[in-house]
Design a protein around this ligand. Sequence first.
Ligand code: CO
Length: 237
Amino acid sequence: MSTTRRDLLTAALTAAGAAAASDLAGGEEHDHHDNHDHQVVPSDPTLRVKALESLMVAKGLVDRATLDAVIDMFEHKVGPHIGARVVARAWADGTYKERLLKDARAALAELGYGYVSEGELVVVENTPKVHNLVVCTLCSCYPWSVLGLPPLWYKSAAYRARSVIDPRGVLREFGLELSEDTEVRVWDSTAYQRYLVLPQRPTGTGSMKEEELATLVTRDAMVGVARVTAGRRGSER
Ligand SMILES: [Co+2]
């Protein structure tokens, strides 16, 4: 942050009092973390995006075809179908699963997928005794290379705060009731390390082929707020 901006902030803090001070301090801390999706957005983000796009195109910094390709990637190419294929392969092939848990980036590459991010991806496995839940308490770090863009609830202050304080309560609200003897592990994502949950393979899927298994795997299950069920594809918010 520049000295000028810091001075402005200091002046604003003095004027606005203690309540505003804590808010701005939080925002400043976040600046050092990473620079992706923030929960607090401008009042008219769409307008700002349009204005930025027009300006960048006018100045020759980007061309529309490149922008369209980036948008197309987020809308169509990356998404939870990639994570689902990885999970299905891990279910179908135990040796692949071991490689995935050990080195997710290399295991993704085996299937032709890139993990396009600085930092690492760690896959955590659900078992009958352990349930994993992923959150980013600070902002909204998310393994978008394998899950696409995060759902709104993932970025909400309520989810970020309560997942670490009362994970069982949060899971209950998602409709997932865990038995008392199941250990819940909460993983706090950062820009440097993000997580993908390898859900448990549902019973009654022994005869299913990998492609069919992949259709059962939901985004929510790979964040850890749902189980994968054999009968129906999970509805997602
Ligand atoms: Co974050």
